[in-house]
Design a protein around this ligand. Structure first.
Ligand code: SF4
Ligand code: SF4
Length: 324
């Protein structure tokens, strides 16, 4: 059997250059740490309640300097559960002072924890007009609980209702977006149609409102890959992603406009390369003592076969589908 073409070989005929390059630095994604209240089946980061990795103040200062120097549009806070980070509030306050849009990725269930520092967080986020992008892998309880654990769906619904009471999902300055990913080894359905379906069910059954739904393709890395291997479907899934290659997704690949920064300050082209530990092709002198925004925005992107998940069908990114 002949070897499968690499991702770069596949996309090269569609690129103006021989290599995939970043083009700008619009979004800085910050992974604050790996501690999470959940331990989801599909988690590509292996986050869990037992992880303790956490960003320190010195790395946050370098990020704040990068935000100020780069003129980036958005800072996207993620984890683990970023809500657990002890410096989350002062970090958001300082980002807000830099006039940058702040987005926080939440699994929702965490907002139902009784600890006062977590319970009072939604009101703080509202005060700073932080965009909430929340994972809800399905609108049906059985599918969410199968991926995330028993009772997680009900916690997520209660959290969404509480966020609606605060105005999230209802007002344009308090965006509440949801993220779907398939429960199994298939591509997401049409984002537009699924958004309509989510809206109908969540509104009718629970009185919940949200702004947008983002569909994401499961990355064949981390726990999801382990699951594919366990069920003997890893090669089939790899072939599905390759067969579904869509060149119309290339212009919008998120690695072209953003960078991901790990809790220890290391740089990655995206959250998926971060999960794999594949660092961005940026020399040390462009990272220390400060990140150099020009060099970050012009780097060549490190690719691998998992990248086919971003270009399959309508494409996939942390902001949902990439092509109609
Ligand atoms: S997928 Fe998200 S919510 Fe689930 S364990 Fe990973 S970081 Fe936590
Ligand atoms: S996995 Fe990361 S590096 Fe690969 S195409 Fe997707 S965003 Fe770009």
């Amino acid at each position: 059997m002949s070897a499968q073409p690499t991702f770069l070989d596949t996309i090269r005929p569609h690129l103006p250059q021989d290599q995939l390059h970043a083009q700008t630095l619009e979004v800085i994604q910050v992974n604050l740490g790996l501690r999470c209240n959940l331990e989801c089946q599909h988690c590509h980061l292996g986050a869990s309640p037992r992880r303790s990795e956490s960003m320190d103040q010195a790395v946050m200062e370098r990020i704040l300097a990068l935000v100020a120097a780069s003129g980036c549009r958005t800072v996207d806070l993620t984890g683990g559960a970023p809500e657990y980070h002890p410096l989350l509030r002062p970090f958001i306050e300082r980002l807000s002072a830099l006039q940058v849009a702040v987005q926080l990725r939440s699994n929702l269930a965490i907002f139902m924890e009784t600890d006062e520092s977590i319970a009072s967080l939604p009101a703080f986020l509202r005060a700073h007009q932080v965009t909430l992008t929340a994972s809800l892998p399905c609108y049906l309880p059985q599918n969410v609980d199968a991926q995330r654990g028993d009772g997680v769906y009900q916690q997520a619904i209660a959290a969404l209702q509480r966020l609606n009471q605060l105005g999230y999902g209802l007002h344009s300055n308090l965006p509440l977006n949801l993220v779907y990913n398939p429960g199994k080894a298939h591509l997401p359905p049409s984002q537009r149609r699924l958004q309509e379906e989510y809206r109908r069910v969540l509104r009718q059954e629970h009185g919940i409102e949200f702004h947008q739904l983002f569909t994401m393709t499961n990355m064949p890395i981390g726990r999801f890959l382990a699951d594919l291997r366990r069920t003997g479907t890893d090669q089939q899934y790899d072939q599905l992603l390759r067969d579904s290659f869509n060149p119309a997704t290339l212009a919008a690949l998120m690695c072209r406009t953003q960078i991901s920064i790990r809790w220890d300050g290391a740089l990655f082209d995206c959250d998926f390369n971060l999960a794999l530990g594949w660092q961005a092709a940026v020399p040390e002198e462009a990272c220390q003592p400060r990140y150099d925004p020009q060099r970050l925005a012009q780097r060549a992107v490190v690719t691998g076969k998992h990248c086919f998940a971003c270009t399959a069908g309508c494409g996939s990114s942390c902001g949902g589908a990439l092509a109609a």
